[in-house]
Design a binder for this molecule. Structure first.
Ligand code: ARG
Length: 265
């Protein structure tokens, strides 16, 4: 009996020791885990020029934009490669919390609602909201009031969706997963207007003759962009903020924005 007991005891002890050891390994910070993996996996939604968009470079489909340049700097400062996962905007935070990606960089606004489920870096860029209307209707839709009984397109899961619903109670709000599809709808006159961050609205209007950037101003305040990180990864929040601080100070962010805007022309 005694022998059996001591065997059980010893077995338990060994298990605890092993458990402790692997426990120690789990104590790696998120930054160390990324460095061990050798790559930073970002999630984005790349139809949002100049933030992130697809462009053919040397015959190859490439994701570019100022968010991507910032992500490259973050990866560089961590000493790892960059991997980009392009997905629907509405699915980004779920992918982050499921650990499919390490960070989200997608012109994402750090709202109070989102802060309940993820952490955010500092804001690295701010923009106003812009409204795109079909050229044919530009004379008809000139003020915020003109939009009230119209069909307004927004990207699903964005702050613009909320803005549209709150500001235009009588309008029909059309939400789609991809902003490029919504822009197509306004070009085809299936809807009357699209709300997006102003630089994005401007980019699409510049490239497509059938739509224009309207003068309508939505007084919703500036909408900032920040990097989203899964909760409990303070090391990564700190590292991202350090890179962002550096890029703000040396004027690189402004430079990336100009470069991305030109690339989209
Ligand atoms: N700033 C808005 C938000 O956070 C829209 C961002 C859309 N970004 C994108 N890559 N499609 O909801």
């Amino acid at each position: 009996m005694k022998k059996v007991l001591s065997i059980i005891l010893i077995t338990c002890l060994v298990f605890t020791m092993v458990a402790c050891q692997s426990g120690e390994e789990k104590e790696l910070t998120k930054v160390e885990k990324i460095q061990k993996k050798g790559k930073l996996v970002i999630g984005t939604s790349a139809a949002y020029p100049p933030y992130e968009f697809h462009k053919e470079i040397d015959g190859k489909d490439t994701i570019v934009g100022f968010d991507i340049d910032i992500a490259k700097e973050i990866a560089n400062d961590l000493g790892v490669e960059l991997e980009i996962k392009d997905m629907q905007f509405a699915g980004l935070l779920a992918a982050l919390n499921a650990k499919k990606i390490d960070i989200v960089i997608a012109g994402m606004t750090p709202t109070e609602d989102r802060k309940k489920s993820v952490d955010f870096s500092k804001v690295y860029y701010t923009a106003k909201q812009g409204v795109v209307v079909s050229k044919e209707k530009a004379d008809e839709i000139k003020t915020k009031k003109d939009l009230e009984d119209k069909k307004i397109g927004v990207q699903k899961g964005t702050t613009q969706e909320k803005i549209a619903k709150e500001n235009f109670k009588e309008a029909k709000i059309v939400g789609l997963g991809k902003i490029s599809d919504i822009m197509l709808q306004v070009m085809q006159k299936k809807i009357d207007a699209v709300i997006a961050e102003k630089p994005v609205a401007e980019s699409y209007a510049k490239k497509n003759d059938s739509i224009v950037l309207s003068n309508i101003a939505l007084n919703t305040g500036d909408s900032g962009s920040a990097v989203a990180i899964k909760k409990g990864n303070e090391s990564l929040v700190k590292a991202v903020n350090e890179t962002l601080d550096k890029l703000k100070e040396n004027g690189k962010i402004a430079e990336f924005v100009t470069k991305a805007t030109e690339m989209n022309n």
